[in-house]
Design a protein around this ligand. Sequence first.
Ligand code: ZN
Length: 174
Amino acid sequence: MEQQIRTFGDPVLKSKASAVTDVDGKIARLVDDMFDSLYTTDTGCALAAPQIGVQKQVIVWDIDDEPMALVNPVVVESAGEFVYTEGCLSIPELFVDILRPNQVLIRGITLDGEEVEIEADDFLGRVFQHEIDHLNGVLMFDRMTPEQRKEAMAEYRRIQEAPQAPQRRRLKLR
Ligand code: ZN
């Protein structure tokens, strides 16, 4: 069932999610809810459980019509550097160039209870890093330079105060 996507300012986004101990039917239902919620957005391709108010370590993503979920995901290794213009369903309409590692090795558990490792880079690598951050209460703002954060916060306030804003803005920051 579709849930409301929590937005910046909601304390659930700043708290750490708990590890899942049993990958059971409850988790399968959570994953269904996460996809239902994700698919109500026109731009989202991934979601972390805290974004629908559930403090559990679960992420889902759907890139190229392949819905996937991972439980207790962690970044095991990372390398390289890569600037990508990130957006977040919990910080609507704000897009900021953020520098992060390019390649990552992720470890987690599938819905079948199997431990897997996934290597990813570029866009998918970025999606994993962004969603796993959500499980640790870390938001895009926390990955910006102090200068970027100041500008991005001001821009986000402007966006919030202009609910009729007709088009998406793209904020380019160094
Ligand atoms: Zn996000």
